[in-house]
Design a protein around this ligand. Sequence first.
Ligand code: FES
Length: 163
Amino acid sequence: MTASPPAATVKDNREKLLERAMSRYQYSGDALIEVLHTAQELYGFLPPALLKTIAHKLRLPASRVLGVASFYHFFSLQPKAAHTFVVCLGTACYVAGALGLVEALDRSGAKPGSSGAKNDVSVQTARCIGACGLAPALIYDGVVHARATPQLIKAELERIGVK
Ligand code: FES
């Protein structure tokens, strides 16, 4: 039996994944909400530059994209906390133990969908971030981690002062 390689950061392919999502909808402006959902899952929030890119790709006025993103409370235009964890709960990551990552965050007091003001940590989940071969995948402060472990989360939480 071989030991699993340690968790490692991988190339950030979120841009490619968002492009793929827009392509799936044939860059139709009618798919704006679905595309915004995908973007938020991938990035944790919707920064202005990302909204501008989406507007350009879907051939929509930037004001419309911003209007939709700011109208629905589900969308966030700013990071919800100083530190953001996005745990992929897609099938490959789920099977590889992603729930253990959620539990590790849960033990810290940060719950999925929350923006724990107490500890300044936001926890979100995603369906698939396109790194299935390196499951379970975790995006921590914008960096994709392959084969993430509860120990990695524990170490990061300790590093930022969250017990
Ligand atoms: S299921 Fe997690 S990256 Fe695809």
